[in-house]
Design a protein around this ligand. Sequence first.
Ligand SMILES: Nc1ncnc2c1ncn2[C@@H]1O[C@H](COP(=O)(O)OP(=O)(O)OP(=O)(O)O)[C@@H](O)[C@H]1O
Ligand SMILES: [Mg+2]
Length: 251
Amino acid sequence: MNKSNTGNASPKIICISSGKGGVGKTSIAINLAAALAKNSRKVLLIDGDLGLANVDVALGINVRHTIRETVEQGRDPLSLLIEIMPGFHVLPASSGVPEMANLSHEEQVFLANTLEDTIDQFDYVLVDSAAGIGESVLWFNDWSQENIIILSPDPTSMTDAYALIKILHSRYGKKRFNLVINSVKSKKEGREVFEGIKAVLKRFLKIEPDFLGSLPVDNHVVKAIRNQKPFLITYPDSRASIAITEIADRI
Ligand SMILES: Nc1ncnc2c1ncn2[C@@H]1O[C@H](COP(=O)(O)OP(=O)(O)OP(=O)(O)O)[C@@H](O)[C@H]1O
Ligand SMILES: [Mg+2]
């Protein structure tokens, strides 16, 4: 990624999406946040799955107040933050609240303005978005300066990632996409999957994506979700941790 943002500059806002569900957005978002925080960066992770929260479950946090209170009551987002480790805070979402997944235009503008007024203290704001191409996914992607798209070697994950990129390009004029290939058997496979989708994006959309790296299939990722802790913290020497650290270094 080519914008660097540390110190007192305003934060770099990065949205993590995939099109297809279950490809590893939440695991990657949490561990990327942990890796950046380990590098002394201040990171805010927003649970962008506004109607079906993910981050709180994956981190085992007990959430009482959520971003819904900002949207509905104008509550200061800073008062909702939960500290996971030094430098890593989460802004939680609510679960089972369908209207939160379909914010009106006015609510979107209000949320964006409120967040922008309160995120200055962070170096990075990561958004763990919902699956699919619903309004909130598109909106968070439009709001963000950088867009990370996760896909796996599964062909349906590639077609869904392509569909998401196509909409973000045609509707919002987005041109820069950072791809992460998750659940690969080898770095070689990760590179091949990237080259495959890159060829399609170049041919049909004239877009040249950037390769942020790949993550291996690693049982530590599954175990960490069950233990409700970042794998980077519980299994720092795992292959997934080494891969996520490399990706964080490229951001
Ligand atoms: N590299 C990996 N190796 C092994 N398992 C993985 C890997 N990445 C993700 N998983 C597993 O896949 C499952 C889905 O991951 P995760 O919840 O992060 O995906 P998601 O894209 O956020 O899903 P959703 O679309 O439902 O929000 C989890 O059980 C996770 O442990
Ligand atoms: Mg998720």
